[in-house]
Design a protein around this ligand. Structure first.
Ligand code: ADE
Ligand code: ZN
Length: 342
């Protein structure tokens, strides 16, 4: 029985909407890039191959490992290889479409030019489309623990790249960095035609307040994580009515908090909220999208029909054009029908 369900999940056509490109940097790829660039492997990556493994237990300690590891990313080729490495793995898991976060300020702040980052990632996306048939777009995240001025300058840098950057997001350390801090930047991004999302991480000091700000003050199209919304029934109803997607990441939750929030994610799904299942930083949390779905499947009473619904939500709240979205939804419906899961 368990094997059957595993096979069902593996073959399910999927969309992934919450995965950080820099969070796809495996220790193996980091080592290859460090060698190619003639530099030492960052200490935080060296630790990954020891018995101790990566040393983090919450968002702050994770970020302290995550940013130093990125130093191995230097050239456009490095960024292209990183994108291709992740998209190859996603393709193997029957992911059809991905919206990928990237953190340009983590690179420009250490001297890597903005065009090197975006042109490199674009090349990786084009190669994956050409060779594997997997489609992807980029979501540019502002680092919320940096200044509003730096975020606005980064938004200006992105304007010539609207062909590949489809939206903007907000990530990094949430403590003391509420959505409202970036209202002006997100307002300008909206004017420029970008779609809007932002992280409201799990069990933060002001999680619900931040979700409220994201919805009311920023007018986001989606929220990344946002699972703490279960604490406020009115807000749940509003998000349901507005069809705002929540991109949840069970394995990541289990690493940065004491709970994977499976119960809450399923509760939201059953209330009609457009929740989706995603991997976040798969190279660090050691789970790509299938492993995230397995976790929900093994540790909750989710049904196959509901597993299909998570994917229906993902395509529905994706930023695909309507005709492409409908094509993927049709494929999903055919699969569900074939497996008796509709
Ligand atoms: N950057 C990469 N992963 C992140 C996460 N889960 N939360 C906030 N910022 C991040
Ligand atoms: Zn994230």
């Amino acid at each position: 029985m368990a094997d059957d369900l595993e096979t069902f999940i593996k073959a399910l056509p999927k969309a992934e909407l919450h995965v950080h490109l820099e969070g796809c940097l495996t220790p193996q790829l980091a080592e290859t890039l460090a060698k190619r660039n003639g530099m030492p492997l960052p200490d935080s990556v060296k630790k990954a191959s020891t018995a101790e493994g990566f040393a983090f237990h919450d968002l702050t300690s994770f970020l302290a490992v995550y940013y130093p590891a990125m130093e191995v990313l230097q050239t456009a080729e490095d960024f292209a290889d990183l994108a291709m490495d992740y998209l190859t793995k996603a393709h193997e898991q029957n992911v059809r479409y991905v919206e990928l976060f990237f953190d340009p300020q983590a690179h420009t702040s250490r001297g890597v030019p903005f065009p090197t980052v975006v042109n490199g990632y674009r090349n990786g996306l084009l190669q994956a489309q050409r060779e594997l048939g997997i489609s992807a777009g980029l979501i540019m995240c502002f680092l919320r623990d940096m200044s509003v001025e730096f975020a606005m300058a980064t938004l200006m840098d992105a304007l010539p790249y609207k062909d590949v950057i489809i939206g903007v997001g907000l990530d990094s350390d949430e403590r003391g960095n509420p959505p409202r801090k970036f209202a002006k930047v997100f307002g300008r991004a909206r004017q420029e035609g970008f779609l809007l999302t932002m992280h409201c991480d799990i069990d933060q000091q002001d999680s619900v307040k931040h979700i409220r700000q994201a919805v009311h003050d920023i007018g986001v199209d989606r929220i990344d994580h946002g699972t703490n919304i279960v604490e406020d029934a009115e807000l749940v109803e509003l998000v349901r009515q507005k069809a705002i997607g929540l991109t949840c990441c069970p394995v990541s939750n289990s690493v940065v908090t004491s709970d994977f929030k499976g119960k809450e994610i399923l509760q939201l799904l059953r209330q009609g909220v457009r929740v989706t299942l995603n991997s976040d930083d798969p190279a660090y949390f050691r789970g790509y999208v299938n492993e995230n779905i397995f976790k929900v499947a093994w540790e909750t009473d989710v049904t196959r029909k509901e597993l299909v619904q998570f994917q229906r939500n993902a395509f529905a709240v994706s930023w695909l054009s309507s005709w492409r979205r409908d094509r993927y939804l049709e494929e999903l419906d055919v699969y569900a029908k074939e497996k008796g899961a509709c």
